[in-house]
Design a protein around this ligand. Structure first.
Ligand SMILES: *Cc1c(COP(=O)(O)O)cnc(C)c1O
Length: 454
């Protein structure tokens, strides 16, 4: 029998996260205080974030950051996650490529997001914080933080984008099961929410607005901090457990990836699978290609601009140097809700600018056709976000079919799609379309970032 799954025991759960900031050739530009335009110091972030997260965010020197034992202990309920050789998927594609995937869908929340949620909830508890606030779009981050805070005895308040609150009742139920309090956003409970509702009573909400509301509540509530599930450097840091495990598992398989692929919302799962391998490109002359797969209707890496912008719609975050579509960007409604974000993480944006990674746009229908082929081959129904990574994998595997090259492709299966079956319904019924994004819309939204860079 050919070995299919490459498993590691609990004792192999990494003991430290890998900090890309310490290794990258060009450090990211400083994050700026929007009022003074001065580079941010960790202390400036303390009113909003837990101290450990703030320190990690701006840590450009320590290559390895120890993972607290309590966090490793929680990781042990689902890590090390399997690395799997997708033989039947290879066969369905008729490709000579060797396709591997790292299966992050086996976590209690069904996605990679728990890797950072557990770390952030632990640091909150350690600092004596009693409440965390956050936002959630499709509900995956909210579900992960709800579970993680429960584990560490912290109360959790989630602002959920209104349209998802209405359209994804099961994600709401998951958060309730884990004991979180959920408010549809925009809401009347914050100034940011009130402003938006006053302008448009039927506003359906956006991630940017929900972030503004969650930050506002954190700033105004004693012993309460805000927690973010993507984009920021410390979140990408926590996700590196994915790639560190995968590195050992690829060695068990006796191979090394020529191509590493992840879907891309704000960049955390992509960082997680890519950074540990990327350090060998920087240090040891490896030539692996790293491909971020983003939706064609939210193309910050391929069509965005590298400049300073806010991380949220209302402009409450510091100014981040990143590839952005403009903080007022309104992404088309898309089944891959986790990919509907206007910007890319700061470290990732610098790596993109320096040519250490590449990006590809995936149309929604192509993502689902790839996801369905994968499900029929491997027996796992992927999250709509993960379908983008699978579609990029298909593109590369088909190139190998033409050239006959036996390339080794590794992609991250960031989550499963069991709570997204309505999206699959829409695909099978033929109702699903490719959301359109015109050049005129692109240049209109990007102006909101251009204004900040004058
Ligand atoms: C949130 C999410 C993503 C996108 O977020 P990143 O920070 O870019 O990883 C991708 N896949 C799944 C399953 C998600 O829940």
């Amino acid at each position: 029998m050919k070995p299919k799954k490459f498993l590691l025991p609990e004792s192999e759960i990494p003991t430290a996260w890998f900090n890309m900031q310490a290794v990258m050739p060009n450090k990211p530009l400083p994050i700026l205080n929007p009022a003074t335009r001065e580079p941010l110091k960790p202390e400036d972030l303390y009113p909003i974030f837990c101290k450990a997260s703030a320190d990690q965010e701006l840590n450009t020197t320590d290559e390895w950051i120890p993972i607290p034992e309590e966090v490793r202990q929680q990781y042990a309920s689902y890590r090390c996650t399997p690395l799997v050789r997708a033989y039947d998927f290879e066969k369905a594609l008729g490709t000579p490529a060797h396709i591997y995937f790292k299966n992050e869908s086996v976590s209690p929340s069904g996605s990679h997001k728990l890797n950072s949620a557990l770390a952030q909830a632990y640091y909150a508890k350690e600092q004596g914080i009693t409440n965390l606030t956050t936002e959630t779009g499709a509900g995956q981050w909210g579900g992960s933080l709800s579970y993680a805070t429960k584990k560490f005895g912290i109360d959790c308040a989630v602002y959920m984008v209104k349209v998802s609150y209405q359209q994804k009742p099961y994600r709401r139920s998951i958060m309730q099961t884990f004991g979180a309090a959920i408010t549809p956003s925009p809401s009347m409970s914050t100034r940011a929410g009130k402003d938006i509702i006053t302008k448009n009573p039927n506003d359906q909400g956006s991630l940017g607005c929900a972030i503004s509301e969650a930050i506002e509540l954190a700033i105004n509530t004693p012993n309460c901090k805000y927690s973010l599930g993507s984009v920021l450097n410390h979140v990408c840091l926590h996700q590196t457990v994915i790639g560190l495990e995968a590195e050992k598992q690829m060695a068990l398989a006796g191979e090394y990836p020529d191509i590493v692929i992840g879907c891309f919302g704000g960049g955390s799962n992509f960082s997680g699978i890519a950074f540990p391998f990327m350090r060998h490109n920087i240090r040891d002359g490896k030539k692996t290609r790293f491909i971020a797969a983003e939706p064609a209707s939210c193309p910050k890496l391929t069509k965005g601009k590298f400049e300073y912008d806010f991380g949220d719609e209302a402009g409450m975050t510091p100014l981040l140097p990143m590839y952005t579509l403009g903080h007022t960007f309104k992404p088309a409604s898309l089944h891959a809700g986790g990919l509907r974000y206007h910007g890319a993480g700061v470290v990732l944006s610098q790596l993109m600018k320096d040519g250490l990674m590449e990006a590809v746009d995936i149309e929604q229908l192509d993502s689902f056709s790839a996801g369905v082929l994968f499900a029929r081959s491997e027996g796992i129904i992927p999250a709509p976000e993960s379908c983008h990574a699978i579609a990029a994998t298909v593109q590369e595997a088909l190139k190998c079919k033409q050239t006959g090259e036996e390339k080794v492709i590794l992609f991250n299966l960031s989550g499963h799609g069991f709570v997204d079956m309505s999206a699959y319904d829409s695909y099978f019924s033929g109702e699903m379309q490719n959301p359109k994004l015109t050049d005129e819309e692109l240049s209109r939204f990007i102006k909101s970032a251009d204004e900040l860079n004058k």
